[in-house]
Each structure stands twice: as C-alpha cells, then as structure tokens.
Design a binder for this molecule. Structure first.
Ligand code: FCB
Length: 441
C-alpha cells in the first residue's frame, strides 16, 4: 500500500465489514426463514439460485475469522445481526441459540481487542414479516423497535457503535423499484412506502437504544457519484434526480428533516398519509454517519418514459468484476459534501469500500494487486478530504471474506481473504498482507 497507519490522524479506526446472511450460514442455529431464502429459491432472481444456507460457515468458524481480523491489525469489526436468527418469526419469542451466538461473537471480538460495530439489519427480513407486507407496512417500525430491544438488551452493553439499517436505498429502491433484491418488487407505491418506513424504523430503533442507555449510534448510507452522460441540460437534470433518489433522500430526511423536491415529484402521491409529521421520529440526533462507497454512475435523460425519466449507462473507466467503474474521487467528494451540507462536525466513517475481483488461489497465494490499487486510491481520496477539514474518523473494507454477493451469488469475490466454497478454507490474499503491513507501520 502507498500509505501507513501514521499517515492518518491519531485514533483513526481501521476495520473490515461483513453481514450476517452473507457469511454466517443461515441453516445453522435455529434461524427462521427470510425473504432472501424465498427470493433465491425463485428461478431467475439469483445466479444459479444460490442462497445463504452455508455461506462461509462463519456461524461455526467465527473464532478463526476473528483471528484473521486481529492478525491484520484491524481495530474494529463491522458485523450485522440477523433478525430471523434472533426472532425466527420476526416477532414474539426469541431464539436462545441466536442470542447466545451474538453474545459469544461479541465476547470473542473483545477478547481480541476488536471494537464491535453492529448493524441491526442487513437485509434478511423474517418471512413472517414479509408475509405482512414487510417494509410496505407502517407497523415495521414497531416490529423493528422490538427486535432492537431484544438483541441490544443482550449485547448492547458491549457495542462500540451501532447503526440500525444498512443502506436504506437498497432496502427501499433496489428491492422495491428495481426489484434486484428481495422481495423483488417493481412498484413505485411499494417503493415510496418502503423508503419512508425504513426511516421511521431507523428512528424507532435509535429511540429504543437511547432508552437502553446506549451511545455512539449512527446511520449507514450508500452513495454513487452521478455523472451526466453528456453536457446537455437534460442529462444534467436527470443526474440530479438520480442524486436525489440515491444519495440525498435518506440523509436529508434524517439530517435536514425534508425529502428532496426532485424526489417528491415522483414519490409524493405514493407516500403514506401524514408522512410530513414523521420527521421528529426520523431525525433522532445521531453520533456519527457512515458512508458506503463503490462507484459512479452515468445518467442520461429518458424522455417519454415514466418518472424518474432517466437511464443508466457505463462509462470508459476501468471496471471491477461487478462491472462497476473505479472512480475514487467520488468518495472524497461525498465526504466533503456530507460534512458541508448535512452532518457538519459529526464524525464520518467510511463503513464500506472495496472491489470484487476474479480471484484464484495459485500456489497457496492470491495475487489481487488491482484490489491493492483500488484501496490505495480510495484511501488517498479519504486523506485528501481529511486535509480539507472533513471529520473522517475511520475506514472499513468491504469485505473480510469472499461471501454471498446477493443476487450475484458466490461468484463475485470482495474479500481480503479468499474462501473456497467447497472446502470453506480461508486464504488471505495479497491485499490482506499489504494492509497488515501498512497498519503495522
Ligand atoms: C453493499 C452491501 C454489501 C455488499 C456490497 C458489495 O451495497 O452493503 O452487503 O453487497 O455492497
């Protein structure tokens, strides 16, 4: 790597992130069914209909995985808790095995000197709640609050930080408008409701955790830097709409108590009645904000098509295994913008950043030099933003392990550590070693 730890401010936190359904192995430990299980079982939704039943078998191998975290020299581990593992029916009686698992996982982090940074929900909604409309049902805020109470009642005393919901855009737009993630809907009304309820659920969970006396609570948002496809006024405006839906809606809801006009234009008729009155709940004060960043997107106007009247394109920059263009300056630009327009002096964390690569083990090693370059370039962009005065306090790589990349199955490898999905053997990649070296200096 081009940097060493001492190039970053004192106490700057380095970590890696994962999520429950992507690594744990959902068939273990009495977890209930989720909408990802049924989504994956439906032909055409997921590459080779792959699912998370075994995943990385982290449920049984978490000690080995945390040893890898520690040996890399990381300070913190960003993990998530599975709602259906803790409450198989989504509501009602908790599953003792599930609670015990997160209890053991927490203690295993602390034993290794890793700060536990939890996300309460990273997408595996219990099927019983999906049956009742899932994120479309306004009651989900209450259901989510109850889940928060149960899981944080057990491990909340030992968390370094907590965010309720990973990437509201994915929960709302990607899953209900584009239909690429569970529950795979393509309906603007469902989308508007899900997007609003994600925020009422977020606010409810924050209230519950404050009630438990917890501190250091935040929110995690994913962003994609929009670039107009041409210099035309129409494409510029289309990029602004995209920016509103993707990058501004949730952050402005929480930090500015409003939704962007460009988005209300399309969604307002479909928002739940009285949505304007929910900002007291939504805008609970937070202690930090997390940004997940991977790429940029080219946007063109698509006149004659329904709102949002735009189309997405891919430009000419180098692409990752996901087909995502590599655009490091977008990360620093988002950090600066968030600091300026939304969060002021609130600490900012990069809670996910990384790339998928077609990695292979050759002679016991994985040469992922392009991942090393990707991380280097994005960390440089972060450092430049810090020099400009943005209060960035930490950076988490996505991901520790190759894992279940949702509708793209196990083919897209994001890990610093390679996983052989037959033998489940872990092999640290060259990027893992490079980071280890940089962090030790
Ligand atoms: C993010 C998700 C994470 C993973 C990465 C590649 O949107 O939070 O689970 O899929 O993208």
């Amino acid at each position: 790597m081009k940097f060493k730890r001492s190039d970053f401010p004192r106490d700057f936190m380095f970590g890696a992130a994962t999520s429950s359904y992507q690594i744990e192995g959902h068939s273990f430990g009495g977890a209930g069914p989720t909408h990802w299980d049924s989504f994956a079982a439906t032909p055409g939704n997921v590459v080779r209909a792959e699912h998370g039943a075994i995943a990385c078998d982290h449920y049984n191998r978490f000690e080995e995985d945390l040893d890898l975290m520690k040996a890399a020299g990381f300070d913190a581990y960003r993990f998530s808790t599975s709602w259906a593992r803790v409450m198989p029916e989504g509501r009602g009686t908790p599953n003792p095995e599930g609670l015990d698992f997160y209890d053991r996982l927490t203690d295993a982090m602390l034993e290794r000197g890793l700060k536990p940074c939890a996300t309460l929900y990273h997408w595996e909604l219990p099927s019983a709640l999906a049956d009742m409309g899932g994120w479309r049902n306004a009651d989900i805020a209450k259901w989510f609050g109850d889940f928060t109470e149960v899981i944080m009642g057990r491990i909340g005393d030992r968390m370094h930080s907590v965010a309720p919901i990973n990437e509201p855009w994915c929960v709302g737009w990607l899953s209900h408008f584009i239909g690429a993630h569970a529950p795979g809907l393509r309906d603007i009304r469902a989308t508007a409701r899900a997007m609003h309820h994600v925020l009422t659920a977020h606010g409810t969970a924050i209230q519950v955790m404050r009630g438990l006396g917890m501190e250091n609570l935040g929110g995690v948002f994913n962003m994609e830097w929009p670039i107009p496809q041409s210099g035309s006024e129409e494409d510029y405006r289309a990029a602004q709409v995209y920016d509103g839906i993707y990058n501004r809606f949730f952050v402005e809801g929480i930090f500015n108590r409003r939704y962007p006009e460009t988005v209300l234009e399309g969604l307002e008729p479909h928002l739940p009645h009285g949505w304007q009155d929910d900002f007291d709940l939504i805008a609970q004060p937070l202690d930090w904000v997390g940004l997940n960043y991977y790429t940029c997107k080219r946007i063109a106007a698509a006149p004659g098509t329904p709102w949002p009247h735009l189309s997405e394109h891919v430009g000419g920059l180098t692409r990752t295994q996901m087909g995502w263009e590599i655009y490091p300056q977008g990360l620093g630009d988002f950090v600066r913008r968030m600091h300026r327009e939304n969060t002021g002096d609130l600490p900012i964390y990069i809670t996910e950043n990384g790339m998928a690569n077609n990695d292979h083990v050759v002679g016991g090693e994985v040469n992922d030099s392009n991942r090393i370059a990707y991380l280097d370039d994005h960390l440089t962009s972060v450092r430049e933003a810090i020099e400009d005065g943005a209060p960035v306090r930490g950076y988490f790589c996505w991901s520790l392990l190759d894992n279940y990349e949702w509708s793209l199955g196990y083919e897209k490898r994001f890990g610093l550590v390679h996983v052989d999905f037959e033998s489940l053997k872990r092999t640290p990649k060259a990027s893992y070693e490079a980071l280890r070296l940089a962090l030790s200096q």
